[in-house]
Design a protein around this ligand. Structure first.
Ligand code: ZN
Length: 116
């Protein structure tokens, strides 16, 4: 086996690894985080992308973090902080009653909810 063969095999291996990573990320990217305040949808975000969202309402603020396929309320200035205590979720919802904030993880193929 000469050097050129070795490089060719290396490229094939690299491409298949990248392909695997791509599909693995895509596969877990079907879930969506929907954040709503009262009756208003604040926004929808893919669960697969890490981000931090500071949501300000008339009642106060919530710091929502999406990290590694999970979502949680990192900080809030509500009185009971029950939304913070609800911890990380990868399904279901977190509710902050004083701020009328709902963080909801919707499953794959639930695109109607996003379009509405
Ligand atoms: Zn709260």
């Amino acid at each position: 086996m000469n050097k050129r063969d070795f490089i060719a095999i290396g490229v094939v291996v690299l491409l298949s690894v990248l392909g695997f990573v791509f599909f693995a990320l895509k596969g877990s990217g079907g879930q969506t985080v929907k954040i709503s305040v009262g009756a208003r949808v604040y926004g929808t975000y893919p669960l697969s992308e890490n981000r931090e969202l500071k949501i300000k309402t008339d009642a106060g603020y919530n710091l929502v973090e999406i990290k590694n396929g999970r979502v949680f309320v990192k900080d809030a200035d509500c009185k009971d902080k029950s939304c913070v205590k609800q911890g990380e979720i990868s399904g279901g919802s977190i509710v902050c009653l004083p701020h009328k904030l709902v963080v909801e993880v919707t499953g794959e193929g639930d695109f109607d909810a996003v379009a509405r």
